[in-house]
Each structure stands twice: as C-alpha cells, then as structure tokens.
Design a protein around this ligand. Structure first.
Ligand code: COA
Ligand code: AMP
Length: 633
C-alpha cells in the first residue's frame, strides 16, 4: 500500500508543519523565525534561518563518522580515469579551494561562473562557493562563447573557473578559446580566471589574469589554508542557473540555501527511496539542473555516494557502459534522460550487454528531462526487471513536481504519465479563461502559489521578469510552460510546451535564441526555427530561412553557414543540423509566423489550415523544401 495519499493530504492540511518537520533533517546555525513568509512580494521559506549548504553536504557527515565513506566516484570512460573521494577527502579539497577563492577576493554574495566539463573539480568548485557563501553559476560545456557571454553579462561574476578542455567522442573541445571569446564579447569583465589544466590538452594562460588551478591549490595546501563554512541566510542565493526562455536572453533561475536543502533531502528518501550510504547515480551533467540537484546536492545532503560520469551511454566504449558502472560501483538508483535509453536500445535492442553484468544491487531507474515514451519505458522495464519511474520537473523547481514516490510506496504505473503531484505542489490544469479544466481535458499546467521549498523565489535581479514569465498569465498560480491534463485518478500527463522551448536529447533549448543567432547572418532577412520529432533525441531543431532580396548565392552555401553560425553562437548542444532556404514563411495576416503548423505538418500530426493564414500556398512551399532536404512529409 502506498502512503502517498496520506502524506499528500498531511501536507495539504498543514504545509508549514510539513516542511518544518522535513527541516529537522538539516543542521541549522540559527532556526527560522517563519517557516514561510511573503517577503517583498516573493514567497520565501525558512525566513530568518542561518545555515550553510556545504556544511550539510560534507562537514556534518564527517562529524558523524561518515568521513571514510566514498562521497564521490569519478568514472570517466572517455578518458580512462577513475577516482574515489571519501567524505574526508572531498571536504579537504573543497575547504582548500574555498580558501583559494577567498584569496582571490571572492566573498559572500559574489558570483563565480563555472564553465567546466564533468570532472571532480567542477563539484569541488560548486561546494567551495557554497562554503563561503559565494553564488555559483554553472554554464554547460556544450554552450559556446555567445551563450557564456550573456551569462557573464547578467551574473557579473568576480571570477570564472574553467578547464582547458572537455572531451567528447572523437574530439577535444578546447574551452579556453571559448572562454576568452566570451570575456571579450561581454560588457562585464571578471577580475580573472582559474583554469584546470587537463592532461588531454593544456590551455595558454595569460599571466596575471588566468591562474592555474593546480598551482593555486598546491600553494594553499603548503600554507595549510582552509576556509570555514560561512553562515548564510536560508533565503540567500546558493546558485543561479540559466535556462532557456522564449528569447535569446536566458533566465537566471535563483536557488536559495535553506528551502533547497530541505526539499532535496526529503526527496532522496520519499521520491527516490534511497538510504544514506547507498550509491546514487544521476547520469546527467553538472551544467543542468539534474546535475545540480542529483549529482551534487541531494545525494551529498543525504550521505550517499554520488557518481560523476564523464562519458556517453553509447560509444564510450559501448552500450554496456551504464551496466558496467552500476555493477562496478553497486549503484542502487540511476537517474537519466529517456534519450540515453533510446540510444542504448538502438545499439543493443536485445539487452546483450545487460546480461554481462551483475546488477543485483540496482533497484530503480528514474527518467526525467523530457517525455518518457511508453516504448522506451517498457523496454527498460523488461530488460532490467526493476521499476522504471518517470518524473516531471524543471530547472525552476529543482525537484520533482510529479513522480511515483518510491520511498512512500509506488502507485500503479500509467504509461505516458509521470504519475502524481508531490507534496508541496498543488497542480491545476487551467483553461485560457483561468478556470480549471475538467479532468481529462487539456490545458496549461499550473501550480497554485506558493511553490514549495527549493523552487525559484525569483530570477536573478529581475523580479519583474519573474512575475511576467511565470505569474502574470494566471493570477495566484505559477505557470509551468507545459500543457497537459490530469485524469480521474489525479495522474498528470505532460503533452507539450506552451512556448517556443524545445527539448533536444533532454536538453532544454530556445528556438527563439536560435532564430536570433541566425538573424545575424548578413544574407538572412527572416527565419523560423521549429522543433521536429526525432526518434533518438525526442526533438531536433530545423531552420527555415528567407534571404534578403538581391542575394543570389548558392542556397547550400548559406544553409551550411547558418548551421555553422548556430553551432558557433549557441553551441554544439543545440544539435542544429538542418537549415533550408525558402522563399517565404507562412504567417497569419497579422504577421505571426505559423511555427506550430509547420511542426504539425512535419510530425505528421493532424493539422488544419489556420483561418488567419496570409497565403495557404506557402505551406506547400515549406513541405516541398522539407522533402528536398530529405524529410518525409
Ligand atoms: N561539451 C561540448 N560539447 C558537447 C557537450 C559538452 N559537455 N555535450 C554535448 N556536446 C556536443 C556533442 O559532442 C554533440 O556534438 P556533435 O554535433 O559534434 O556530434 C552535440 O553537442 C550534441 O550532443 P547530444 O545532443 O548530447 O548528442 P550526442 O550525439 O553527443 O549524444 C546521446 C546522444 C543520446 C547519447 C546523448 O544526448 C545523451 O546521453 N543524452 C542524455 C541526455 C542528458 O543527460 N540530459 C541531461 C538532462 S537529464
Ligand atoms: P529543464 O528545465 O531543462 O529540466 O526542462 C524542463 C522541461 O522538460 C519541462 O518543462 C518539460 O517540458 C520537460 N520535461 C521534463 N521532465 C519531463 C517528463 N518527465 N515528461 C515530460 N516532459 C518533461
């Protein structure tokens, strides 16, 4: 019997009591004055409390005899490296790097951008910032210089911590030239950088501006420098994580310290059903929210061993690497994106690799980040013989909005649904008039305010954009940006986005940002980017480009330049590989580009000719262009 309904009702009856009880799992330097309060018009949790997230992730486990337990296992099939850090060792590294940051002038409230590949130093730098009350902002390594520059301009970091390179299958990604270009492009100039020189490829450092990670660390070690935990307010920011919005300017999601710890710690037990001391693996990247929450913070808060995996589900070296990692390290729960499983299934449909490994300690597979298609879920269930749990959340929330809570006892699975709202989330499906839709009917998925602990209180230094983006459309509710429905049993079904965000291989991307990049091409008059269904990646972006009049260069040339431009400006992670020149874009009479209609046509979904279309013939032209570019339409 699942205790879900009982626990959810308990939260509904007394939300503050519920979260105060969960907060007893965290060590506080000073207790809160109010569990919840509205401060300056924003919803805040544990107001008045003082705490330190790094203390709760490391020191307290060491103080309670967990120091010898592995805290972090770095497993990098792509470089062949493997290293385990005990809680004692990780604390030592973090306290030393925190002292290095302090020596370079970083203090409480300062921002530090981390542009790092999946190496232990990324985690060390995050926790070191948390230790001294500095606010980190991790930028995913697959983003290019322009994306990094927009984040530098917004976060205004005192320092940037980076590495000489990342390693992708078949190529070394030199980070330093991208970092230099970004600093060059940005109006705000950080005071300097700290660069981890990797053995695969060293970077050229500018004396006096770029500092070598290893040199600074060895000097600090020789001087026995270590930083203590700096008490911060529960409501102080722990980090800023930029995520795609509808325009090219990403949204700086702010995460606080206190509520974040409380909700994440609670989730490890209730949602994931893992115990302290067990091995938890989120096969994501520290550049995404899944990496923040479930590679770094939640497993460490819970006293688990976390795995930092630098590799891909296939090709590093094969489709058996996930099973090798699970069996070698005794992983109890794996969390990844459905794309990773689609990739494995494609290479090893019969699960031959699975048979080679001992997976007896493996209990549960968790999927999130994009829609978990029933075929993939069923395949994983059959191959692994463990529960496969789809759960739904977003950068803004930091933890599951809807899940099938393993620790409370699972509910029956309905394929295509991430199951039910977690305590803290009062999920409602609203129609265009703001009224609740009947069960089973599609609407905007919203959450009645206040959002639970850990969810964003605002956007970095932009309360107005926060209110406008999330709260304005449905007063009293947070708008998730997803559309879907709830069935008679209260199960949530996520069907699509209500904005121009697409989800490519579990990565959240803005088609608006890609359009802005393409518009910079000198020959482009206008363009539209549409996310089209893809068997492996869920969606991929496709660009339609109209050239300025008088341009008569070969269209193939412009198309490949446009592809290069998006890769250069946004980064390879955009997976933007198809651009096609067309004569005109389909629009409504008021000039709105009919992206949704193009997408439906391309995805072979039912579509009807919009009554307001300017010229219906243009859709035939688009279809012809897509056919010419090899799309089945
Ligand atoms: N640094 C630099 N480049 C990166 C990068 C990084 N950290 N991460 C990805 N890229 C590059 C890739 O090399 C690829 O480049 P290419 O165009 O030269 O091939 C491009 O960005 C697209 O990457 P991706 O969409 O990840 O595709 P892929 O072909 O490399 O791998 C999968 C496909 C399915 C194996 C991969 O997408 C995957 O493991 N997905 C899991 C998703 C995930 O972890 N999501 C996180 C949210 S839970
Ligand atoms: P991100 O902020 O990158 O985590 O992306 C969040 C978005 O990914 C959500 O708003 C959804 O559109 C999508 N998403 C995440 N998890 C799921 C899921 N389990 N099912 C369907 N869509 C999901």
């Amino acid at each position: 019997m699942s205790r879900y309904h009982e626990i959810y009702e308990r939260w509904k009856a007394d939300s503050e009591g519920f979260w105060a009880e969960a907060a007893s799992e965290i060590d506080w330097f000073r207790k809160w004055d109010r569990v919840y309060a509205e401060v300056d018009g924003l919803d805040r949790w544990f107001v008045g409390a003082e705490c330190n997230t790094c203390y709760n992730c490391l020191d307290r486990h060491v103080e309670r005899d967990r120091g010898g337990q592995p805290a972090l296992i770095y497993d990098s099939p792509i470089t062949g490296a493997e290293r385990t850090y005990s809680y004692d060792e990780l604390l030592e590294e973090v306290a030393t790097f925190a002292a290095v940051l302090q020596q370079r002038g970083v203090a409480k409230g300062d921002r530090v951008i981390l542009y790092m590949p999946m190496v232990p130093e990324a985690v060390i730098a995050m926790l070191a910032c948390a230790r001294i009350g500095a606010i980190h902002s991790v930028v995913f390594g697959g983003f290019a210089a322009h994306e990094l520059a927009t984040r530098i301009n917004d976060a205004k970091p005192r320092l940037i911590v980076s590495a000489s390179c990342g390693v992708e299958p078949g190529r070394i990604v030199a980070y330093k030239p991208l970092l230099d270009r970004a600093i060059d492009q940005s109006d705000f100039k950080p005071e300097g950088t700290i660069v981890l020189q990797r053995e695969q490829e060293a970077a050229t450092l500018k004396p006096g501006y770029d500092h070598d990670w290893a040199e600074l660390m060895s000097k600090a070690r020789n001087e026995e420098l270590k930083a203590d935990c700096v008490p911060v307010l529960a409501t102080d920011p722990l980090y800023i994580l930029y995520t795609s919005g509808t325009t090219g300017v990403p949204k700086g999601v702010v995460r606080d310290n206190g509520g974040h710890m409380v909700a994440l710690k609670w989730s490890m037990d209730a949602v994931y059903g893992v115990d302290p001391g067990e091995v938890f693996w989120a096969a994501s990247d520290v550049g995404w929210v899944v990496g923040h929450s479930y590679i770094v913070y939640a497993p460490l808060l819970h006293g688990c061993t976390t795995i930092l995996f630098e590799g891909k589900p296939v090709g590093t070296p094969d489709a058996g690497v996930f099973w090798r990692v699970i069996s070698e390290h005794g992983v109890a729960a794996l969390f990844t994106a459905p794309t990773a499983f689609r990739a494995i299934k494609k290479e090893d449909p019969g699960g031959k690799f699975i048979e080679r490994y001992d997976l007896t300690q493996f209990r549960t597979l968790f999927l999130a980040g994009e829609r978990a298609d029933p075929d993939t879920v069923k395949w994983a269930e059959e191959m692994l013989s463990v529960p496969v749990i789809d759960h739904w959340w977003q950068t803004e929330t930091a933890w599951a909005i809807a899940a099938n809570p393993v620790g409370l006892g699972t509910l029956p699975v309905k394929y295509g649904s991430p199951t039910v709202p977690m305590p803290g989330y009062d999920v409602r499906i609203l129609g265009p008039d703001g009224k609740e839709m009947p069960r089973g009917e599609l609407g905007a998925i919203c959450i009645a305010l206040p959002l639970p602990p850990a969810c964003l209180p605002t956007l970095w230094q932009n309360d107005e954009r926060f209110r406008e983006s999330y709260l304005a459309a449905y007063p009293g509710y947070y708008q998730t940006g997803d559309a879907g429905y709830m069935d008679e049993d209260g199960y949530v079904f996520i069907m699509s986005r209500t904005d121009d965000i697409i989800n490519v291989a579990g990565h959240r991307l803005s088609t608006g940002a890609m359009e802005e990049a393409i518009a910079n091409h000198r020959d482009v008059a206008e363009c539209a980017v549409v996310g089209i269904a893809d068997q492996l990646k869920g969606q991929v972006p496709v660009g339609f480009v109209v050239l300025k009049s008088g341009v008569n260069r070969p269209t193939e040339e412009v198309e490949s330049e446009v592809v290069g431009l998006v890769r250069d400006e946004i980064g390879p992670v955009a997976a933007f590989k198809s651009a096609m020149v067309v004569d005109r874009l389909p629009k409504t009479r008021s000039g709105k580009i009919l992206r949704g209609t193009i997408r439906k046509m391309a995805d072979h979904e039912e579509w009807s000719m919009p009554a307001t279309i300017d010229d219906p013939a243009i859709l035939d032209e688009i279809a012809a262009a897509m056919k010419k570019h090899g799309f089945s339409i």
